[in-house]
Design a protein around this ligand. Structure first.
Ligand code: IMP
Ligand code: MG
Length: 188
């Protein structure tokens, strides 16, 4: 590619939410959780892989006793196929009669969190709430609302801070909007 073409290209990722704003919002979210769960013991259940960066930062601001156990879930086939989800890692900690908070990176169509919620509810926890870093309500296909939300955003494809596009960009310190005109690969 010529230098001119390189200069004309828009960057692949444009900052949507800075590292500083993420940090501040996580402290606020932790404040809400510390208020709501003060003195209680909670099992945090992050969804692999997208939620790991978020939970790694969030957990260090929590003052109540926490257990941590991830669930692995990924969609197969078309995203439009209902229930096209496969669980790649099950819970190892028993959650019956325990307080549980499911943690995810982004609530999009709602299919993933709805399926996880149904699966965990069947294990009869004392309480079951959801905390998501991002929410894209305009994309919802099944009714589902999170109890704690970091940022509500418009319908952009977002990468960074744990979120990927074809497994790339998870290591960005900020949340970026993927410029689909210049990126390569297919939407995961
Ligand atoms: P849902 O089942 O459609 O709500 O999708 C949830 C999952 O889709 C998330 O946990 C992400 O892995 C992925 N996802 C949805 N939107 C985005 C995005 O904008 N960037 C990266 N991953 C996304
Ligand atoms: Mg994910």
């Amino acid at each position: 590619m010529s230098n001119t073409a390189t200069r004309r290209r828009r960057p692949e990722v444009e900052t949507l939410i800075s590292e500083r704003r993420i940090k501040r919002r996580i402290e606020e979210l932790a404040g809400l959780l510390n208020r709501d769960y003060a003195g209680r013991e909670v099992v945090l259940v992050p969804l692999l892989n997208g939620a790991i960066v978020f939970v790694a930062d969030l957990i260090r601001h929590l003052d109540f006793p926490v257990f941590l156990d991830c669930i692995g879930v990924s969609s197969y086939g078309s995203r439009t196929v209902p229930e096209g989800l496969v669980f790649t890692k099950e819970l190892r900690i028993g959650i019956r009669k325990r307080e549980v908070i499911v943690i995810d990176d982004i609530l999009d169509t709602g299919r993933t969190l709805k399926a996880v919620h149904r699966r965990l509810q069947a294990l009869k926890p004392a309480s079951l709430r959801t905390c998501t870093l991002l929410d894209k309500p305009s994309r919802r296909q099944v009714p589902f609302e999170a109890d704690y939300i970091g940022f509500t955003i418009p319908d952009h494809f977002v990468v960074g801070y744990g979120l990927d596009f074809d497994e790339r960009y998870r290591n960005l310190r900020y949340l970026g909007r993927l410029n689909t005109e210049t990126s390569t690969g297919s939407k995961a």
